[in-house]
Structures are given as structure tokens and as C-alpha cells.
Design a protein around this ligand. Structure first.
Ligand code: PMP
Length: 288
């Protein structure tokens, strides 16, 4: 596998960064997870825009233009003959000292890894996923805005560990006020009657690219998808539930905290959204 590091494509064994890089020492960096479908990079511009917003939020003046980053992503995919795959794009502030001060960092790094991903086994898409609320709360936006896609994912990792320790693959995270925020790597939605509801980003949800695509599909299909503060109770009594994310795509949830959701089978609207999503994938993207 060829890895892109700041202007160079190198073999995996030679893909190295400094141990003084603040991305490594402090998680002081940002990233994107991007899909490639049929030799097209899905929603590349949207991912690059979100990367720029993350950079702005952490006051990281990236020395690369959007075009340069876009070229790096495409070049890495081509070098690895990616047809359907998953790209991890990371940008770190670079080499600093052992102190926190990010202002002393130099030589920022841009890293692109182009491979594949399968987050959940195939039958979870037909049978549904079971999730559980965990004690770890989504980080308070006043401490660290969850909208920033930073290299520090410990908040999510703690939640994921709590779910795994209880025998579940995914965790439901509440915010510090007890409202539903999101899962550890996915946005969450419920269906109640004809309404599809998802927490607003102000509740601690990342502004997912797949979430934006889901909003677009709902609009095209004349479905009512709106943002709403949600409680665990709202989820327990929902007709349907599903998650969205770049790696997970759209996946049905059929059990939450031991309560069966709806009939306990993937819901009709969820399935409609899933098939519309898959149709969209083959039509859109930046051609490699
Ligand atoms: N929430 C979190 C915490 C995430 O890390 C992600 C990305 N894996 C998402 C939601 C979904 O965002 P996207 O659709 O852009 O992948």
C-alpha cells in the first residue's frame, strides 16, 4: 500500500512522522473519512470544506490549498488502484516541543491512507444493529465543540469501549444535558409516524456528510426530516431507528437499551432511504 505524506507517496513501511508531531503527542490535528465508490470520490468537496472548518476552529493555518489536498486524495487512490474504498485524510500541526504550545510547531503534515473499510458485518444491514446508551457523555461543546473532527477521539473511544464491554458494537451517547447526541462514529435518526427526526448539531452531533446526503434524499422523496431534541424515551418508543456515517452508510437499528424498536425489524422508511442512498452513490462523485 502506498501512503501519501506531505507531498510524497511512500511504501507503508516508510510512512513515518515525527514522535514530536503534536498530532501524535496531543491529538492536535484534524481528519476526514471519505468513501470511494466505483472510482469516484464521494462528496470530496464537502469533506474538504469540513476539513477547512475544523482547521479554522483549531486555528490551524493549513499551508495546502483545497486543490492540493484534493489532488493528494485522488493521487493516493489512483496509486493504490482503489475502485471502492475508504480514504483517511489527516492533517497535523507538525513537529513541536514537549510543551503544549502549538505556535512552535513546524512542518505540518498531510497524510492520506487509501484502503477499505467494513464497519459492520453485512447481515446487520438486513437484520439491524443493537445499541446501548453508555455512561460517557458526549463532550460539552463549551469544552470542545463536537463539530470539530479532531484527531482526539478519546471521548468516542471511551463510549465505544463501554458498549463493547457490554457486548454491543455501537454506543448511544447523550450530551451533558441528557439529550441524545449521536453514536460514537455515526449520526442517529428516528422515525415516528411520517416524521424522521435527528438531533441538531447543537445537541452534540457532528454535521455528518452522510447526514447532509440523507437530508437531501428525504427532500427529494418528499419525506419530513427535521432536527429535534430527542430523549432516550423518544428513541425507545420510535417506529424505526437508523444511523448514518461515511463508513457505516445507512444502517438500521432494531434494539436500543434492550427495547425492541418498532417491530424489531428494519423499518420501511429506513429501507427506502437505504436504497435511495445506494442509487445516489453510483451517480455522484469526483472521478479519479
Ligand atoms: N459522528 C461522529 C462522531 C463521527 O465520527 C462521524 C464520522 N464517522 C459521523 C458522526 C458521521 O459523519 P459522516 O457522515 O461525515 O461520516
Amino acid at each position: 500500500m502506498k501512503i501519501y505524506i506531505t507531498g510524497e507517496l511512500v511504501e507503508e513501511a516508510d510512512a513515518k512522522i515525527s514522535v514530536f508531531d503534536h498530532g501524535f503527542l496531543y491529538g492536535d490535528g484534524i481528519f476526514e473519512g471519505i468513501r470511494v465508490y466505483n472510482k469516484c470520490v464521494f462528496k470530496l468537496e464537502e469533506h474538504l470544506e469540513r476539513l477547512e472548518y475544523s482547521a479554522k476552529a483549531i486555528m490551524f493555518d493549513m499551508p495546502w490549498s483545497r486543490r492540493e489536498i484534493s489532488d493528494a486524495v485522488c493521487e493516493t487512490c489512483r496509486a493504490n488502484n482503489i475502485i471502492d474504498g475508504y480514504v483517511r485524510l489527516c492533517a497535523t500541526r507538525g513537529r513541536g516541543t514537549l510543551g503544549l504550545n502549538p505556535k512552535v510547531c513546524e512542518d505540518p503534515q498531510l497524510i492520506v491512507i487509501a484502503g477499505t473499510i467494513q464497519l459492520y458485518p453485512e447481515d446487520y444491514y438486513t437484520e439491524g444493529l443493537k445499541i446501548i446508551t453508555v455512561p460517557t457523555r458526549r463532550v460539552n461543546p463549551a469544552a470542545l465543540p463536537p463539530m470539530i473532527k479532531s484527531l482526539n477521539y478519546l471521548n468516542n473511544i471511551l463510549a465505544k469501549l463501554e458498549a463493547i464491554n457490554q457486548g454491543y458494537m455501537e454506543a448511544l451517547m447523550l450530551n451533558d444535558q441528557g439529550y441524545v447526541a449521536e453514536c460514537t462514529g455515526d449520526n442517529i435518526y428516528i422515525v415516528k409516524g411520517r416524521d424522521i427526526l435527528t438531533p441538531p448539531t447543537s445537541a452534540g452531533a457532528l454535521k455528518g456528510i452522510t447526514r447532509d446526503v440523507t437530508f437531501a434524499i428525504a427532500q427529494e422523496k418528499g419525506l419530513d426530516l427535521t432536527e429535534s431534541e430527542l430523549t432516550r424515551y423518544d428513541l425507545w418508543i420510535a417506529d424505526e431507528c437508523f444511523l448514518t456515517g461515511t463508513a457505516a452508510e445507512i444502517i438500521p437499528v432494531t434494539e436500543i437499551d434492550g427495547r425492541k424498536i418498532g417491530s424489531g425489524r428494519p423499518g420501511i422508511l429506513t429501507q427506502q432511504l437505504m436504497s435511495a442512498f445506494h442509487e445516489k452513490l453510483s451517480l455522484e462523485g469526483t472521478i479519479l
